[in-house]
Ligand binder design. Structure first.
Ligand SMILES: [Zn+2]
Length: 489
């Protein structure tokens, strides 16, 4: 977010552009109020990147009302040649009752319809349709659904309104709910913008649930308040003993120099540092997406702050949605990292876990369950498919589940790295996958016997066998003979 009034800017737009931010958002209402004439916004700001303009909705949120109408400010954004414009929506304030939320959502919708003729005729600008309702998820859902028709008549992106207060209170779980509610209702191909959310702690979680773009003034607002953003949380400058950052600002200045700088100079330097940290977060997320390791990134990020743990736990509630929209085949995917128990929700893990259990039937009366030994040890050669042709060979792998032996040379079985302690929970999880498979097979196939092979020197193998033996005993309807076979691995 940059101020459209040049003299108010702490950081030049050139600096912002050269850092790597090629799109900014500024405020059309403030510009109009200040200069009261039509200018070309790119020339006025001397910025050749993408310029999004907000309409004054944030000012409504703060001051109650503003001196411009919806149609006026939409037309003005068209005239100043904004690349991305926004109607004058009515943000739902923090902690309002359902009636008030409903009114703001309804009025925002009405205004989206009201501006349609300008939106349709002003094709040089991409128009944003905000959805309001705040934390009243039923209101959000209702208006996200209702707006689909209007969207297709001239709008190019949706936006989700105003989680700024929630962010400041670190109520990330509520923001996650809001994002999911809108994302799951609007067309999957429609971009979704998140207003006012630029803190590194929320960025990866918002993106994981399908936020495409976001804006934030946090870098400058925090800087004015002496707050120093890091990827693990925000500090007050006076509470720091070190500068835990190597950006150009923190490399050039010492903590003492920052603390002693004049108010204006310090604000500028802190704002620059804050921007570097936000940019770093975006770059890390984008790299993780390229490697198909966004889930792994979320797992590690979850452990950096109690608020990110809450955000992650909330994202986990929506894994079915993520699973449904994850491509089955990803040609460039790197090895799956199994780094915590939450790795079972990694779409790259969920896909094979489920597909093997649900879609591969065991054609035979006998199943060998063989341990998949990683850490360089090979699967014993006695399981060569030709030699023991009476039994079908499957391997078992903690977290990843079970797989036909003939698939172990394929992704992800051929490409995963395991860094997790195999405790009771992990053994339980694997036992239940096997049990589920046996229950399905009992109905569908002739399977009558399962040989469970365990390595004599690996303790968790024996625990797995004991667990399975107990489970199959208590599920009498399985009626499959379970035999223990101990081998040297
Ligand atoms: Zn820094």
């Amino acid at each position: 977010v940059v101020d459209p009034i040049l003299k108010n800017q702490y950081i030049s737009l050139n600096d912002i552009l050269s850092m790597g931010f090629n799109a900014i958002i500024t405020n059309a209402y403030i510009l109009k109020k200040h200069i009261n004439t039509v200018v070309d916004i790119h020339k006025h700001l001397n910025f050749n990147g993408i310029i999004m303009t907000d309409s004054g909705a944030y000012q409504i949120l703060r001051y109650g009302d503003i001196e411009v109408s919806n149609r006026e400010i939409v037309l003005y954004q068209c005239e100043i040649k904004s690349d991305i414009g926004v109607i004058l929506d009515i943000p739902t304030s923090y902690n309002v009752d359902r009636e008030t939320a409903l009114r703001s959502a309804d009025e925002t919708y009405r205004r989206a319809v009201e501006a349609l003729d300008i939106v349709e005729s002003c094709r040089g600008t991409l128009w944003t349709l905000p959805i309001q309702g705040g934390t009243h998820l039923d209101v959000l859902r209702q208006y996200a659904m209702k707006s689909v028709d209007v969207f297709y008549r001239g709008y190019s992106l949706y936006a989700l309104g105003s989680p700024t207060t929630l962010l400041e209170q670190y109520e990330f779980d509520k923001i996650i709910d809001m994002i999911f509610t809108v994302r799951s209702v609007i067309p999957f191909s429609a971009p979704l913008h998140l207003f006012g959310a630029g803190h590194p702690l929320i960025i990866p979680f918002a993106i994981a649930l399908g936020i495409d773009t976001m804006d934030s003034a946090s870098y400058i607002l925090y800087a004015k308040d002496n707050r120093y953003i890091t990827s693990r949380g925000t500090y007050r400058l006076e509470d720091l003993r070190y500068l835990p950052c190597t950006c150009p600002i923190c490399s050039k200045y010492s903590l003492e120099e920052l603390q002693k700088a004049s108010k204006d100079e310090r604000t500028k330097l802190l704002a620059l540092h804050n921007l570097y940290i936000i940019l770093k977060e975006f770059k890390e997320v984008k790299q993780a997406i390229k490697e198909c390791r966004l889930w792994e990134y979320l797992e590690s990020k979850a452990n950096s702050h109690p608020a990110t743990r809450r955000a992650f736990e909330q994202v986990k509630r929506y894994v079915e949605f993520i699973y449904r929209h994850t491509p089955i085949v990803k040609p460039n995917a790197k090895a799956v990292f199994i780094i915590s128990k939450d790795s079972i929700y990694n779409p790259k893990v969920m896909i094979p876990r489920r597909r093997i259990v649900e879609r591969f039937s065991i054609e035979g009366e006998c199943l060998n369950l063989i341990p998949y030994i990683y850490n360089g040890r090979k699967i014993p050669s006695i399981f060569n498919e030709n030699e023991s042709s009476k039994c079908i060979n499957y391997v078992y792998i903690p977290i990843l589940g079970i797989a036909p032996l003939k698939l172990v040379d394929h992704y992800p079985y051929s490409q995963f790295e395991f860094g997790l302690e195999i405790d009771g929970d992990v053994i339980d999880d694997l036992s239940y996958i096997i049990l589920e498979k046996l229950l399905i097979e009992r109905k569908m196939s002739k399977l009558a016997k399962v040989n469970i092979y365990i390595c004599q020197d690996i303790e968790w193998h024996r625990k797995l066998y004991n667990r399975l033996a107990n489970l199959t005993k208590s599920f009498k309807e399985i009626n499959i003979e379970v035999v223990l076979k101990t081998i040297k691995c």
